[in-house]
Design a protein around this ligand. Structure first.
Ligand code: ADP
Length: 505
């Protein structure tokens, strides 16, 4: 791992002053609940702090929303739905979505900086998130026009099928791609004609609040209502509420199961995008250097805080030594440090709690006999001591049954397995509860195709990773979720189907 504090741009003082200046520039005064188009405190008056994971400093205080705030938000959302939003045409909603996209683009550098401050991802990664966000609103502005329903004429009847919005939907957002994940949920929900009550993650509420400030004059009051708060206190009441007809969640599988249970009380529809433990399969013909680049990107992008990260590497014995040597070089060559510095490759994790979660798994891996090919210890750099940093880590020699292999670490940690027998390897590759994504690295189209079909997961990359395009549905097999995002199918998740049959007697 490249040391960062030897350069002036990454000294402790420089990092601190860079972050304070950036926070003054981009953290808004409006960090309250956004309900019915108004900035409001929580009914209890309580707040909590959101921290900068690079420096540990407080960025802002936000309301600690609870059930009564959720009630208020849902009431505002229904009010707007019934009075106004349910009457809108698709073209009117399309115009709103396109304007949101334009505003995101016009403020993308500011929003990216805010995301970097609140989440810790590098500025380059945050800029990609802002492009994704604008793209989502544009995409759903387009596809909503294709949702025209169908007609069916039979013996003595005329029938039609229409798709109606649920009315009010609840949306719960994770902290790893705060604004981008909010856009994945808001864009289709609004396009389909719903109002939303949305809860950002407690670690990263700022970018969504800022977006609402930027589009306050574009989105009618009450169409989007933001309730900040903790999962148990604000998220759980949202998922249990009888005024919510659909709940969409991205986050851990453990919480996803709780949300499903809560939603069951009112038979509320759910879509869930949950955890992953995705296999990367490298075949014997792969070019080791190209493989190293793809694998490093698969696991280290966004500091490993991606549900779809490639976190289990199955590398063919014929190329294993070359690939691993390259990967060790890549991991050790990464600049870990200030995510606001353009020279940084790997920013901090989002919180100390998340660092602890990763280090607990590393400890358990060590006890399980793992060999650390790279990383495994916190970066030895005084400039980073107050931040939530974890070194890029490569682990070999674990039993595939080990908890560090079976469970989602959600950090920059790759577990390596060598293989010679394809069928044995594929049995292991599929031997996890998750099935979000997977990938294959080869120049042989038949091998690529066979592996893509054999991996039990909802999204497969061939010789690339992380890239997602609107139009290719994204979502999990097995315990990685229910439903698909990023595609025309997503609109179905935000509408209910009604058949109308006219008797022609
Ligand atoms: P992580 O464990 O990685 O922090 P979570 O799945 O806990 O991820 O968090 C994702 C989102 O789910 C956050 O917005 C969080 O506040 C919310 N959340 C956590 N627990 C609950 C819960 N019991 N009910 C509803 N939402 C929750």
């Amino acid at each position: 791992m490249a040391s960062s504090s030897d350069s002036d741009s990454q000294s402790k003082e420089t990092i601190l002053s860079r972050h304070r200046t950036a926070a003054e520039e981009v953290v808004s005064d409006h960090t309250q609940l956004y309900i019915g188009g108004e900035w409001q405190d929580a009914a209890s008056g309580e707040t909590f702090d959101t921290l900068d994971p690079t420096t540990g400093e407080v960025l802002a205080s936000v309301p600690r929303g609870r059930a009564e705030d959720v009630d208020r938000a849902i009431e505002a959302a229904w009010d707007t739905y019934e009075r106004e939003w349910s009457e809108t045409t698709t073209s009117e909603r399309q115009a709103v979505l396109l304007e949101i996209a334009d505003r995101v683009e016009a403020h993308s550098e500011e929003l990216a900086k805010l995301e970097t401050l609140d989440n810790g991802k590098t500025l380059m990664e945050a800029r990609i998130d802002m492009n994704t966000t604008a793209e989502q609103f544009r995409y759903f502005a387009g596809v909503v026009e294709s949702d025209r329903g169908q007609t069916e004429d039979g013996d003595g009847y005329h029938g039609k099928v229409i798709h109606e919005p649920y009315g009010v939907v609840g949306q719960i957002i994770p902290w790893n791609f705060p604004l981008a994940m909010a856009s994945w949920k808001l864009a289709p929900a609004l396009a389909a004609g719903n109002c939303s009550v949305i809860k950002p993650a407690e670690q990263t509420p700022l970018s969504l609040l800022r977006l609402m400030e930027l589009v306050d004059d574009v989105v009618p009051d009450g169409v989007v209502n933001v309730v900040t708060g903790y999962g148990e206190e604000a998220g759980a009441p949202l998922s249990k509420h009888e005024g919510v007809r659909k709940i969409a969640f991205t986050g851990s599988t453990v919480v996803g199961k709780q949300i499903m249970r809560n939603a069951a009380d009112n038979v509320t529809d759910v879509t869930l995008e949950l955890g992953g433990k995705s296999p990367i399969v490298v075949h014997e013909d792969a070019d080791p250097q190209a493989a190293v680049e793809t694998i490093a990107f698969a696991i280290f992008a966004n500091t490993g805080e991606c549900c779809e990260a490639g976190s289990r590497l199955f590398v063919h014995e014929d190329v294993a030594d070359d690939v691993l040597e390259g990967l060790i070089g890549a991991a050790e060559g990464m600049t870990v440090g200030d995510p606001l510095d353009e020279a940084t490759d790997l920013g901090p994790k989002v919180s100390h709690e998340q660092v602890e979660r990763t280090t607990n798994y590393l400890e358990s891996a060590r006890e399980g006999g793992a060999e650390f090919l790279a990383g495994g210890e916190p970066p030895e750099d005084e400039a980073l001591e107050d931040g939530c940093f974890v070194a890029p880590t490569l682990v070999e020699g674990l039993d595939h049954e080990h908890e560090a292999v079976q469970e989602e670490i959600f950090g920059p940690v790759l577990e390596v397995f060598r293989w010679e027998d394809y069928d044995e390897m594929m049995t292991l590759a599929n031997d996890v509860d998750y099935g979000l994504a997977g990938g294959v690295i080869t120049n042989d189209i038949e091998k690529a195709d066979r592996t893509a079909h054999d991996i039990e997961a909802g999204y497969i990359w061939v010789n690339t990773w992380h890239e997602m395009s609107p139009g290719l549905p994204y979502g999990g097999y097995k315990q990685s979720g229910i439903g698909r995002e990023l595609s025309v199918d997503t609109l179905d998740h935000y509408t209910q189907t009604k058949s109308i049959k006219y008797g022609l007697h």
